[in-house]
Design a protein around this ligand. Structure first.
Ligand SMILES: C[S@@+](CC[C@H](N)C(=O)[O-])C[C@H]1O[C@@H](n2cnc3c(N)ncnc32)[C@H](O)[C@@H]1O
Length: 188
């Protein structure tokens, strides 16, 4: 099986775990590519929650998901608040949460995800995950990204192995400081 890069690797995982009717979360909407894929996979009867702190991300994502059969909720809020925005009836039912960290491609590089809020968001994602559900996290290696990567790695390494499986994938021979992908799977 070929995983060309971090994004295709994550998309392969989403295709494996998201089914029609699933509840899923895009924790960093950005330009909406991941939200759009999740909306297609969750389909009719599915629910997607998308988070971003920049209004432009919601605008772009809205155009990307037009016509989607899933119920797509675009939320202008930090992912560290996800558990207050996702209604209690969906807690414990979320099949996938995807984080593509860093800054908006083509946007302000100083508006970027931050280690501490990312840590809180991952804790919340973990709490709302369904049995068998998955969290994917793509970490980039710019200045704040390096700190964030260490925080994410430390958090995942400390999670209980009897309930969660946590892995790290690096693209060793890819040029230009490639991102690192972390995956958390909740045991069913
Ligand atoms: C690398 S981009 C995401 C790319 C996106 N998934 C796509 O498919 O195009 C990272 C995004 O995270 C957003 N972001 C930064 N801090 C955030 C936070 N606390 N909560 C949610 N999104 C945040 C940024 O505004 C940016 O749009």
């Amino acid at each position: 099986m070929m995983y060309e890069n971090a994004v295709t690797y994550v998309h392969r995982i989403l295709r494996d775990v998201v089914r029609p009717g699933s509840v899923v979360v895009d924790a960093t909407m950005g330009n909406g590519w991941d939200t759009a894929l999740m909306a297609v996979l969750a389909g009719e009867g599915g629910t997607v929650y998308g988070f971003d702190i920049q209004p432009v991300a919601l605008e772009v994502t809205k155009t990307r998901i037009s016509g989607a059969a899933a119920d797509v909720n675009l939320i202008l809020a930090g992912h560290e608040e996800m558990s207050t925005h996702i209604p209690p009836e969906h807690h414990g039912k979320v099949q996938a949460v995807t984080f593509n960290l860093g800054y908006l491609p083509g946007g302000h590089k100083d508006i970027t995800t931050q280690a501490e809020t990312t840590r809180r968001a991952i804790e919340q994602a973990r709490a709302i995950l369904a049995p068998g559900g998955v969290i994917t996290i793509v970490c980039y290696r710019h200045a704040e990204g390096e700190r964030e990567l260490e925080v994410v790695r430390g958090l995942l390494a400390s999670l209980p192995q009897h309930t969660l499986t946590c892995t790290e994938t690096t693209f060793l021979n890819q040029a230009g400081n490639p991102p690192v992908v972390f995956v958390v799977v909740a045991r069913s």
